[in-house]
Design a protein around this ligand. Structure first.
Ligand code: HEC
Length: 489
């Protein structure tokens, strides 16, 4: 290779000596020699042995490595990075309640913190070890000594480097020979060329180019567009002779694969259709016919200033039906007209789902069936913040994160969540709000599967408290505390 570089063609330099290496037949001789060399003040030394020799680091005067300290620093950095990251993300930048957990650093932050601590430490251990040892080192001048091959077999070598502060060629030679080595050789610089042979270069280049191919394919797929079905490398169980929800079938006359429950089916322990606690309204006050075909009442209160612009006026609003409000029957009449069928089917299953903006007019109960105490208020708040605040906002103005995001997308398919402080919603009996949570209302889904009836009532209690908090009068302040209000001004 040297002929390509004209400067090197002149006078090949005589190989330079890099130190002395002494060969010993056992570890005791090596240890003794190493101590001698150490005591004479040499520090740039090394020993090569076929197996680990106890005490060799002490005999060579090697100081303990600072790697553990570096790893400790890296681990601490990892821990702090993880804590800072999670505190910032969850406590500052994007406050979002997940499963009712508090913001910022919580016990749930432990796994990530642990992982980052380990990650930073592990990388620092490996890279730090390589760096401190000056690795990777592809060649060492000592390899030019043919005797050195036995270092992996049955011989022990002690090396003193010419770069040592006190190095003197003659005195090192004398010192090593005084330890009676098997052999003593001067280590000469490796004269072989240091540039990589051309085939290796080409081969590596080809490998790197081949390594880019998968990345190019992925890039192409991310940027491009194709209407072909995706590649099926692994079929797994993707194609099976079975029906999935929403598919059609020829087995049943109605063509649906999803079968409705046999009418009147009741799961064990779920015979609750007669209980106002599970309904929000009193079934003893209406006839079965009224339950099955409830009269829909518009929810649009003309007096209410509904700020939601996308809320279309409900079609039911101007139909004559909506103006009819079913009067709650007197109690004596109700006893005669009580549904004969003990299993009244809940309205949502029989009646067509209420049109947007219309609710069935049912004899709502207007007293909470649970105590309005602190325990239920706390429960209601927790559940409200988990299930409702995403849309209705923490204070109930309909400005939750989901609503904000949806509004920013400017898509006209979105129905904004109602403000719970609308006059219309404020006037609703507790039973109706319970019904809204249980059965859904308009575009809002049912939460009956996620919340027990007790939790739903607790949410109703909390919603009522939220409403009250926005419309408090001086009457709501205990008499003895009223003077404090004027003081605060
Ligand atoms: C995914 C968003 C979303 C969530 C979560 C949500 N709602 Fe709603 N809510 C809506 C929308 C949208 C409406 C308006 C429905 C319509 O008119 O079509 C609404 C309407 C309401 C109304 C007014 C109903 C009426 O008579 O007009 C009440 C009360 C209500 N929600 C309570 C709750 C409660 C309590 C929760 C928690 C259990 C909750 N919502 C969770 C979106 C949501």
């Amino acid at each position: 290779m040297s002929e390509h570089k004209p400067r090197k063609t002149s006078e090949p330099k005589p190989p330079r000596s890099t130190g002395w290496v002494a060969e010993f037949s056992n570890e005791h001789a090596l240890l003794e020699a190493a101590r001698k060399v150490r005591d004479s003040g040499y520090t740039k030394t090394d020993a090569f042995t076929p197996f680990p020799v106890h005490g060799i680091d002490e005999a060579l005067g090697i100081k303990p490595t600072i790697l553990p300290f570096i790893v400790l620093c890296a681990g601490t950095t990892g821990l702090l990075t993880a804590l800072l990251m999670q505190w910032w993300m969850n406590g500052v930048d994007y406050k979002y309640i997940i499963s009712g957990k508090p913001f910022g650093i919580t016990p749930a932050s432990i796994p990530v913190s642990f992982e980052l601590t380990i990650l930073f430490s592990a990388f620092t251990s490996v890279l730090g070890m390589l760096a401190l040892n000056g690795l990777p080192r592809l060649s060492n001048p000592i390899f030019t000594n043919p005797r050195f091959d036995r270092a992996t077999d049955d011989r022990f070598f002690l090396y003193v480097d010419a770069g040592d502060r006190y190095y003197n060629r003659e005195s090192v030679k004398e010192l090593l020979s005084s330890a009676h080595p098997e052999s003593l050789d001067e280590v000469m610089e490796d004269p072989s060329p240091t540039t990589l042979p051309r085939p290796i270069w080409l081969g590596s280049l080809l490998l790197v180019l081949a390594g880019l191919i998968p990345a190019m394919i992925v890039l192409n797929m991310r940027a491009g567009f194709s209407d072909l079905p995706r590649w099926h490398v692994f079929f797994d169980m993707d194609f099976q002779p079975k029906k999935k929800p929403q598919q059609t079938t020829t087995i049943f006359a109605d063509g649906r694969t999803m079968r409705p429950q046999v009418e009147g089916t009741i799961a064990r322990g779920q015979l609750t259709e007669q209980d106002p606690f599970y309904l929000g309204w009193d079934p003893s006050k209406v006839t079965l016919a009224e339950v099955r075909n409830p009269i829909l009442v518009s929810t649009q209160d003309p007096a209410a200033q509904d700020p939601a612009p996308a809320q279309d006026p409900a079609p039911a609003a101007d139909s004559p039906k909506s103006e009819v409000v079913v009067e709650t029957k007197p109690a004596d009449a109700a006893t005669e007209q009580k549904p004969a069928d003990p299993v009244a089917v809940p309205p949502a299953q029989t009646a067509a789902a209420p049109a947007a903006g219309a609710v069935p007019n049912l004899p709502w109960i207007d007293r909470l069936p649970i105590a309005a105490d602190e325990e239920h208020m706390k429960l209601g708040r927790t559940k409200y913040e988990i299930y409702c605040s995403t849309c209705h906002g923490y204070s109930g103005f309909g400005d939750g994160l989901v609503a904000q995001r949806a509004a920013s997308l400017l898509q006209d398919t979105w129905t904004p969540p109602s403000s719970l402080h609308l006059d219309r919603v404020q006037k609703q009996p507790v039973g109706q709000i319970f019904h809204t949570i249980s059965k859904g209302q308009g575009k809002m889904a049912s939460y009956a599967s996620s919340l027990t009836p007790k939790e739903r009532w607790a949410i109703v209690l909390y919603v009522k408290a939220l409403q009250r908090s926005r419309n408090a009068t001086i009457e709501d302040v205990p008499v003895e505390d009223r003077s404090k209000l004027s003081e605060a001004k």
